[in-house]
Design a protein. Sequence first.
Length: 247
Amino acid sequence: MVPIPKIAAGSEFGPLRVRRGERVFVLTGAGVSAESGVPTFRDAGGLWEQHRVEDVATPEGFARDPEMVWRFYSQRRLKAREVRPNPAHLALARLGDRLGDDLFLCTQNVDALHERAGSKDVHHMHGRLLSTRCSSCGRAPFDDESAYETAPRCDCGALLRPDVVWFGEMPYGLPRIFDALEETDLFVTVGSSGAVYPAAGFVSHLRHIGRARCIYVGLERPDNAHSFDECRLGKAGELVPSLFDVT
Ligand code: APR
């Protein structure tokens, strides 16, 4: 029988006990950065309400109009300079300090707020906003904060593109993610609508393995709520700082 998740205000739950040696997997989505002023995708006023996904977040959109795609990402790069980590990012960085390799921090976000809060070894499964790569040759992606007026080119002559994973592309490092999931004792998703796969399916994969406690923290019930043990509703910046009790 599939258990029914407990869905309630975050204040109704106690901290999550983490014992030494337990493996914790935290998956963050746009909601963790919302209180820093980074727009989410699917909320009212979110990025996908203002832009067509097909135009700015697909390889086909880039092939059709690279200038427009670069303008979109350049705007986001400029805005990224103005934002600061919030208490949720800072709390996850402190958790990393305490757990070391027992924490796997995986984010769907392309912003650098986890790193700027002090988190090390953040797995950016959808790439990084402040990184650029060649659309053609095997040159390694490189750090790049530039905002471009026109689409830049690689030394090989092909167009450079933002180093982000678009719809229809494979997220980065899936084997590493699934290895970490296999060992997970506590899985926590923070601020993701559960609408985009494969990330939205990690929790049902864990259900199948049958070992991890699975907790959601975010403003609203996510689309994949049924797969969690608990959905703790509220703002990440208010709930995450007191979420973990490491013993
Ligand atoms: N605290 C916690 N959760 C919040 C907050 C907040 N302050 N503000 C918003 N949320 C929640 C929303 O209720 C929503 O469920 O964060 C979630 C954000 O959902 P999406 O906008 O769909 O973002 P995400 O799930 O990260 O999107 C996944 O989709 O478009 C692609 O590649 C993009 O990585 C992105 C992926």
